[in-house]
Design a protein. Structure first.
Length: 101
């Protein structure tokens, strides 16, 4: 009788060992999936924050460029009154260019 119990007991032990091995692998896969999901959410959040910062910087750059363009246009528009006598024809051309542009 003991000869028949040995293979059965061995099979039961092997079955439990296999189940424990499968449980370890399953648990490890779940941990990896949890980590990857957490990493994905973290990356998405950080990228969204960076996108907002980049958008704000782009808006500031556009504002500064517009201000600079307005300032350079204002310099072209400003002509001292005494220049009119000396460079009357030239200021007429400038006025034409400014109104044309």
């Amino acid at each position: 009788m003991s000869l028949q119990e040995d293979p059965v007991q061995r099979e039961i032990h092997q079955d439990w060992a296999n189940r424990e091995y499968i449980e370890v692998i399953t648990s490890s896969i779940k941990k990896i999936a949890d980590f990857l999901n957490s990493f994905d959410m973290s990356c998405r959040s950080r990228l969204a924050t960076l996108n907002e910062k980049l958008t704000a910087l782009e808006r500031r750059i556009e504002y500064i460029e517009a201000r600079e363009e307005a300032a350079s246009t204002a310099v072209v528009l400003w002509v001292p009154s005494e220049s009119h006598e000396i460079f009357g024809e030239l200021t007429g051309i400038f006025g034409l260019l400014v109104s044309w542009g």
